[in-house]
Design a protein around this ligand. Structure first.
Ligand code: NAD
Length: 336
């Protein structure tokens, strides 16, 4: 079978990872990536052998001058693709929608766009089957992906009555030098719920969930303090068994009590870019009292959505109808 042709529009934190992840699969290929300027990231993309396309026609010349000729415009890149993964900043993706519609290509957007852009929000464990053959999909944000990965298997096994979660968010990604906070804990926002609860409901509409969020001065990961009420009597051991059956959930222990140590594990494992694709849960935090469950989980914001994008492509292109098989294939190719 011919490989699915994938274009990655927007080559920042998420886009560069999605491009590498698509490249690692044997049923899809990257036909091009887009970069606005010939900066250091473009130089590496060029060295990695990606065909670079410029969103603005005048910039094609700037690439030429920088010694890495652009392969053409973004419109030309889209013409070559079966599916575009839009990884531009939140809000820009919406402006790109007419480009994709004009070319008649399938499109994936990221969590910075609203649910309405595609009318369907995706998390592999939660709704892979409903994405089969779809033309437009939004892969939910890092925090929503983490919550969906934890809620879905518990809901399947025990039934979830309600979820209450507090999200302690990293301030910015490691390469963002112009944003803060540097010395503050910021309510994000001051009102409750934060947008994360409703966003989980864009995937799991029947889940009663409320979230609150705080931003702290760190770049590494987010931490969620989760409280869940379930419909069925269970023990902490039952919960651990459910989580341990999930290939995209990793238990963290052996003295790890911070996000810094989780990233150190990723470094020691020689993961690309220190990425931790799995949702990390502390088994020792799992506590159950009267059908109420508590635990801590950590989300690597830069990478958790990357395997989800690959599975979304596979479902939309109907390369694999079975969720578990797609997840396994993606994980194996990435090197979980
Ligand atoms: P980013 O700023 O790191 O990268 C975006 C890239 O798109 C930049 O290289 C920028 O120059 C480029 N760009 C801007 N306008 C463009 C245009 N018109 N055409 C082509 N390229 C353009 O952003 P990011 O963190 O990768 O976020 C991308 C999306 O992923 C957003 O929707 C965001 O909400 C979502 N997301 C981000 C994270 C995260 O923690 N970084 C996690 C999950 C989801």
């Amino acid at each position: 079978m011919a490989k699915a042709k994938i274009a990655v529009n927007g080559y920042g934190t998420i886009g560069k990872r999605v491009a590498d992840a698509v490249r690692a699969q044997d049923d899809m290929e990257v036909v091009g990536i887009s970069k606005r300027t010939p900066n250091y990231e473009a130089v590496v993309a060029h060295q990695l052998g990606y065909d670079i396309y410029a969103p603005v026609a005048e910039n094609v010349e700037a690439f030429e001058k920088a010694g890495m000729p652009a392969a053409g415009s973004v419109e030309e890149m889209i013409e070559k693709a079966d599916l575009v993964v839009d990884c531009t900043p939140g809000g820009v993706g919406e402006k790109n929608k007419p480009l994709y519609e004009k070319a008649g290509v399938k499109a994936i957007w990221q969590g910075g766009e609203s649910h309405s852009i595609a009318g369907f929000s995706f998390n592999a464990e939660s709704d892979y089957e409903q994405a089969l053959g779809r033309d437009l999909v939004r892969v939910v944000s890092c925090n929503t992906t983490g919550l969906c990965r934890a809620i879905t298997p518990i809901d399947r096994e025990l039934g979830v009555k309600k979820v209450r979660a507090t999200i302690t968010r990293r301030a910015v990604d490691p390469n963002e030098i112009k944003k803060g906070p540097v010395n503050a804990i910021v309510l994000h926002p001051a009102k409750i719920p934060s947008h994360h609860g409703p966003d989980v409901q864009s995937v799991l509409s029947h889940i009663n969930i409320t979230t609150a969020a705080l931003v702290v001065p760190t770049t590494l990961m987010h931490i969620h303090t989760v409280n869940m009420e379930v419909n069925t009597d269970c023990t902490a051991e039952d919960i651990k068994k459910i989580f341990s059956s999930q290939s995209r959930i990793r238990f963290v222990g052996q003295g790890i009590t911070s996000t810094a140590e989780i990233i150190e594990v990723a470094r020691d494992m020689k993961r690309p870019r220190n990425d931790m694709w799995e949702l990390c849960i502390w088994p020792e935090s799992i506590t159950v009292t009267d059908k109420e469950l508590y635990f801590f989980q950590a989300v690597h914001q830069e990478s958790i959505v990357v395997p989800e994008n690959v599975d979304a492509i596979r479902a939309m292109m109907e390369l694999e109808s079975d969720r578990a098989k797609s997840v396994e294939k993606t994980n194996k190719a990435l090197g979980f």
